[in-house]
Ligand binder design. Structure first.
Ligand code: HEC
Length: 152
């Protein structure tokens, strides 16, 4: 039997053979549908899990990622431990110098998150306080010293 003959006279199948073939095709289609549904369910579960993960992360952390990770890698901050004043000055610098745009309220939220996440060591905080009060103290001492000097 050559191809022309096959096309002109397709092998005739009995009713049972046709029914069995239809059955098999229907079963294959059903199995494929079930596999697709299972895959979709797994994907939906993964999406749900990642949304839940996102929701429990503190809003401040998410804000840092949104506002700072455009220019910095996360590691940039891990090595920076600043006092509340230090973070304030840094945020100002990012805003004024580097053009970081913050919406109202975001400044405070970012500041709180950064202070909580990367606080300065006690020594550094004390050093900063000492530096800040040393200026007025110096002025006071200078004034006192000039007053005590006899006028010529
Ligand atoms: C538009 C880009 C840009 C964005 C966005 C940005 N920064 Fe910066 N940042 C810089 C540049 C440039 C420097 C380096 C020059 C400097 O220190 O001023 C820097 C430096 C820093 C440093 C000092 C790093 C070091 O140890 O030398 C800190 C801390 C910092 N940024 C924090 C932040 C925080 C927090 C945010 C999010 C609110 C932020 N940055 C967003 C551009 C950016």
């Amino acid at each position: 039997m050559n191809i022309e003959q096959l096309i002109e006279e397709p092998p005739s199948l009995s009713e049972e053979e046709l029914a069995a073939r239809r059955d098999r095709i229907a079963r294959d289609m059903q199995a494929a549908r079930e596999r697709a549904e299972a895959a979709a369910a797994v994907q939906a579960a993964q999406r749900q899990a990642s949304l839940a993960h996102e929701a429990v992360r503190p809003a401040g952390e998410r804000l840092i990622e949104r506002r700072c990770h455009g220019c910095h890698t996360p590691e940039t901050f891990e090595s920076d431990n600043l006092t509340p004043l230090g973070w304030r000055l840094t945020l100002w610098r990012m805003e004024w110098w580097h053009g970081v745009a913050l919406e109202p309220g975001e400044y405070r939220q970012l500041h709180e998150a950064l202070v909580e996440r990367s606080p300065a060591s006690r020594g550094r905080a004390l050093g900063e306080v000492a530096l800040i009060i040393s200026f007025p103290l110096l002025l006071v001492l200078l004034t006192l010293w000039r007053r005590r000097r006899p006028h010529s």
